[in-house]
Structures are given as C-alpha cells and as structure tokens.
Design a protein around this ligand. Structure first.
Ligand code: NAD
Length: 331
C-alpha cells in the first residue's frame, strides 16, 4: 500500500515507526509543514519526505493525519474528497460545528475514516468491556476514571488544543462509552490552575474533575492533571453488584500503597502514553490499514468520535458556566 503520513511531530513520529515496519506498507510518504522535520523522520525509516500537498496528491491508498487539532478538519475533508481512507488523530476538530461538518462530509463521500482513540486497542480496556457486557460485574453502578500526565505539553500545543476536556479527557469520554455501552446524560465539571501560567492564558486548566451521570443511572467520576508527580496514571475502575475491575492497576501503576508492609506495585511508574500504550498504538495502526484495504469496518467512526466530543463540549461548558450540563442541551 502507498500510505501518506501528515504531521511529523510527537504522535506522527510514533505512528511512523509502526507504519514504516508494517508488512502492508510498501511506500511511506511523510509530509509536514516543516519540511526538515518530515525529512528527519523519513530518512531512517526509508520513507520519502515531501510537502503535505504533494503527499495528499500522491495517489494514496491510505493517509494518517497527525497534525495539530486545528488542521484535522481541512485535511480529513481533503482526504475524503479524494477518496482516500483516512486515520485522523483525536479530536476531529476543536469545535462542535466543524466536527459536524466533517461528519457530514465523510458520510456523503462514503470514504472510511478511523478516529484515533488507542485505548480501544488496549488489552485491559477490552477485557473490562467484555466483563461489563457479558454481566460478570453484575449491574454496573459506579465508574472512576483517571488521566494524569507527569509533565504538561508545551505552551504552543496547549494554545490550540481546545482545553483539557477536549484534548485529554476526550480519551476518557470515549472509553467510558465504549466499555460501558452507555451514553452520558449530564456532566458537572470543575478545574484549577496549579502549574504554569500558560494554561490560564489559553483559557485552560491543568487540574480537572467531573461527575457524569449515564443513561442507566450509573455515576462516573473523572480526575485529571497535567502535573502528576507520581508518573503517567491512566486508570478506569468499574464497580458493579458482582465485583470491581480496574484497568491500569498493573505492576507499573503510578501509585503507592500507604499501608505498612505493602510494597506493590513493584515496578517503576509509567512515564508517558507512548510506553503505556505502545501495543495499543501498534494494533490501532494495523487495524487502520486493514480498514483501508476494506477487510474490516472502521473501529471508530466520526459519529463515534462526535459522541465523545459532545461529552467534552458539555464538560467545557460546565467548567466555564459553573453548572451541570445535560447532553440534550447540545444535541
Ligand atoms: N492519541 C493520542 O494518544 C495522542 C497523543 C498526542 C497527540 N495526539 C493528537 O495528535 C495531534 C498532534 O499532536 P502532537 O503532539 O503530535 O503535535 P506536534 O505539535 O508535536 O506535531 C504536529 C506536527 O504537525 C505539523 N503541521 C502543522 N500543520 C500542518 C499541516 N497543515 N500539514 C502538515 N503538517 C502540519 C507541525 O509542523 C508538527 O510537526 C493532536 O491533534 C493531538 O490531539 C494524540
């Protein structure tokens, strides 16, 4: 397959590793607004670097869009119009109106699109989903989610990211829907600025929490941080009438027991999403290539991503207006 990669930054470089070594990829073309960045990434992989326009015009079988969020809609629309199956990093766009426009355009062209929520490819989340859906947890009553980064992204990234709920917690909102099979009905969110001033300057927060009520009455809570001293902490706790399961409670979980004599978990804490989700990212790109070949359906359509984005919108609105927001207000 001839595959294009747009964006040679943090996540683009990561996807390039898996694309470069994948048996389905015969020809990899990399385009970045910064040509030197594309060349530096392409060289060691034996890929070709070009301008983003030239990559998009190269008669591609598939394209991976890993550029800043503010550019996704335009590039995804161009890929759909050209009939090229596309993988696009989350979120689809920084705002709801543009997300809806992309959703409609993708539907009109019928081109398969896969939005990147890599947690769906993680073994722990998949096992939890099966346990919820086949009834092993009994009736689900409570969910708790944590996404806490050890260090914040750069100021430039934060400025165009759309804020912590749209940029970071959208992963939690997507996986909450995917694991429970339920929809979020309302969100009450709060946030605080405890770190660098550039978060407040961007209208963003670096510390976050939310309470969500799902459509079956399940209550979900969420916490987040851009400054988690213990390491990269991503967990999901699911409590039902027949048991509690925790995703991310492994030997490298970024927490310590306060109980004397308990020295578990034994390993060094996860430091970032790359290493924590490496197998999931690899599986995600492999599945995207299969989708582009036509052998599997999209594992996360724009419609699915839109649902997660609606929760992020509701959380952002709740944060700014200091009130509980029903998803129905936004629909
Ligand atoms: N799924 C995940 O776990 C995950 C992790 C990190 C980032 N992301 C998402 O990936 C996207 C990129 O994030 P990042 O951290 O890699 O950003 P980044 O700033 O490190 O990289 C973006 C790259 O895109 C290039 N670029 C900008 N505009 C372009 C254009 N129009 N055409 C081609 N190249 C262009 C920039 O020069 C830069 O090299 C964001 O939307 C972010 O939400 C997802």
């Amino acid at each position: 397959m001839r595959v294009g990669l747009l964006g040679a930054g943090r996540i683009g470089a990561w996807h390039a590793r898996f694309l470069g070594g994948h048996p389905l990829v015969g020809d990899l073309l990399i385009g970045d607004a910064d040509r030197r960045r594309a060349e530096a990434l392409a060289g060691p992989l034996g890929a070709r670097a070009d301008t983003p326009d030239a990559v998009l015009a190269a008669n591609l079988d598939a394209v991976v869009i890993a550029t800043p969020t503010s550019t996704h809609a335009e590039l995804l629309t161009r890929a759909c119009d050209a009939g090229v199956p596309a993988f696009c990093e989350k979120p689809v766009a920084p705002d709801l109106r543009t997300t809806l426009e992309v959703r409609d355009r993708a539907a009109k062209t019928g081109v398969p699109v896969h939005i990147g929520f890599q947690r769906r490819f993680d073994a722990g989340y998949a096992a939890a989903r099966r346990a919820v859906l086949d009834g092993r947890l009994g009736e689900l009553h409570r969910v708790h989610l944590v996404t806490a980064d050890p260090a914040p992204p750069p100021a430039e990234y934060v400025r165009t990211s759309g804020g912590i709920f749209r940029d970071c917690h959208i992963h939690d909102f997507d996986i909450l829907r995917w694991v429970t099979g339920r929809e979020v009905e309302s969100v009450t969110a709060v946030g605080a600025n405890r770190g660098d001033a550039y978060f407040a300057a961007a209208g963003d927060v670096d510390t976050s929490a939310a309470v969500m009520v799902l459509d079956d009455g399940t209550i979900a809570t969420l916490q987040g941080s851009r400054y988690n001293g213990a390491g990269y902490d991503v967990r999901m706790e699911l409590s039902g009438t027949a048991g509690t399961w925790v995703v991310g409670l492994d030997e490298r979980a970024a927490l310590r027991s306060a109980e004397p004599g308990v020295d578990w978990p034994p390993g060094d804490a996860w430091t970032d999403f790359w290493e924590r989700f490496e197998p999931a990212y690899a599986s995600e790109i492999g599945t995207f290539l299969e989708m582009a070949k036509g052998t599997v359906a999209s594992p996360c359509t724009v419609d699915e991503a839109l649902e997660a984005f609606l929760v992020a919108e509701a959380a952002t609105l709740s944060l700014h207006e200091g009130r509980r927001v029903a998803l129905a207000e936004l629909r």
